[in-house]
Design a protein around this ligand. Structure first.
Ligand SMILES: *Cc1c(COP(=O)(O)O)cnc(C)c1O
Length: 367
């Protein structure tokens, strides 16, 4: 990347800069290309549109990026390369799709699994000496636990152990796992990178050319390549990531503080609050605390459901990272029954914070 800040790179990268070309790389709707050529077939070779997206995302993490049809497609490629008999370490409550892949592989006898508390740094340091894949997700969904990534990713490890970080909640702007020593960083581009809840996309970024080639081969074998329209929309969304994130995380801190003081709230989980268990860890290396927070209402799970239903501005919907705020209970999702029943996960968007607060306040009023 030239000597630009990430915020500038997001706007400047992935453009041809050739006279007569459009400023924005077009969505190239093509499965196949005239021969002879380096690019034969888009499942294998991507499109000029996905090339531009990969340049943009790779530059942010200082590595080589591969774009996928979804975050889960990217995850599947990382786990799919593990030989039978591998040992893996994952957080106790990873993203539920990741948990699904991990649990299924374990049930089929493909691998053994160490499930570790993300705040327990010594346990992760041990895993680096015993596991083939160490998979972190930080901040972790939905308790917002932040792993000490610089310590864990930079620690000594057994030869061949790979460290991967699902950095979706942090975005490429708040932390750089590859800089700390991770081998792989993964993002669901569906979330903050795309930013408008109108696409599915994923990305893997690495500095290891052999891993890159392996991921590329697996992407074509699995048919997990991103579509041209999705790549185009992801670039379009990513142009404003720095602006959106700045606003959204300002909003998130303000809402977290106000919720914390609200009598209808039992607990707020936001790494930006000094009361959060991993606040100090986050503050030591993250450049922002992100726009995701969770809170528990007083009373029952039904009351938490009422709060979601009564919101008029905040969208009662799953997923996250859009300009529009969304919230939902997580315990009602299959496989997430361990999450407290009164927990609501809020993805804070870019609306005016006073409007967001007024909406939360009216939704929290006792019925
Ligand atoms: C959404 C999400 C994924 C999966 O990404 P998709 O684009 O939905 O396939 C993985 N990890 C985290 C943390 C996510 O939020």
């Amino acid at each position: 990347m030239p000597d630009w800040t990430p915020a500038t790179w997001l706007i400047a990268a992935g453009r041809s800069r050739v006279a007569g070309d459009p400023l924005n790389v077009a969505p190239v709707f093509a499965s196949n290309f005239y021969l002879p050529a380096d690019r034969l077939y888009s499942r294998t070779d991507g499109t000029p549109t996905s090339d531009a997206l990969e340049e943009l995302l790779g530059g942010l993490e200082h590595g080589r990026a591969l774009a996928f049809a979804s975050g889960m497609a990217a995850v599947a490629v990382v786990f799919g390369r593990l030989p039978v008999g591998s040992r893996i370490a994952v957080p106790t409550d990873p993203y539920h799709g990741v948990a699904g892949i991990v649990d299924e592989g374990e049930a089929h006898g493909r691998w053994t699994v160490d499930r570790l508390d993300q705040a327990d740094t010594p346990a992760w340091l041990d895993a680096l000496r015993t596991c083939d894949l160490v998979w972190l997700e930080s901040p972790e969904n939905p308790m917002m636990t932040v792993a000490d990534l610089p310590t864990i990713c930079g620690a000594p490890r057994r030869d061949g152990t790979l460290v991967a970080v699902d950095s979706t909640f942090a975005t490429p702007l708040n932390q750089q796992p590859l800089d700390y020593g991770a081998d792989i960083v993964m993002h669901s581009a569906t979330k903050f990178i795309g930013g408008h809840s109108d696409l599915l996309g994923g990305v893997l970024i690495t500095r290891d050319d052999e891993l890159y080639d392996e991921f590329h081969r697996r992407r074509l074998l699995y048919g997990a390549t991103i579509g041209a329209m999705e790549a185009f929309l992801t670039i379009r969304g990513a142009r404003t990531l720095a602006l959106r994130l700045e606003r959204a995380q300002q909003n998130a801190l303000e809402l977290a503080q106000r919720l914390d003081a609200h009598p209808g709230i039992a607990r707020v989980l936001y790494p930006g609050l000094p009361s959060h268990g991993t606040h100090d860890v986050a503050r030591a290396f993250m450049t922002g605390f992100g726009a995701m927070l969770s809170f528990e209402t007083t009373g029952t799970g039904e009351r938490a459901s009422e709060v979601c239903a009564r919101a008029e501005l905040i969208n009662h919907a799953t997923s996250l990272g859009g300009v529009e705020s969304t919230m939902e209970r997580r315990a009602v999702i299959a496989g997430q029954e361990r999450i407290p029943p009164t927990l609501i996960r809020l993805s804070v968007g870019c609306e005016d914070v006073e409007d967001l607060w007024a909406d939360l306040d009216q939704a929290l009023r006792p019925s």
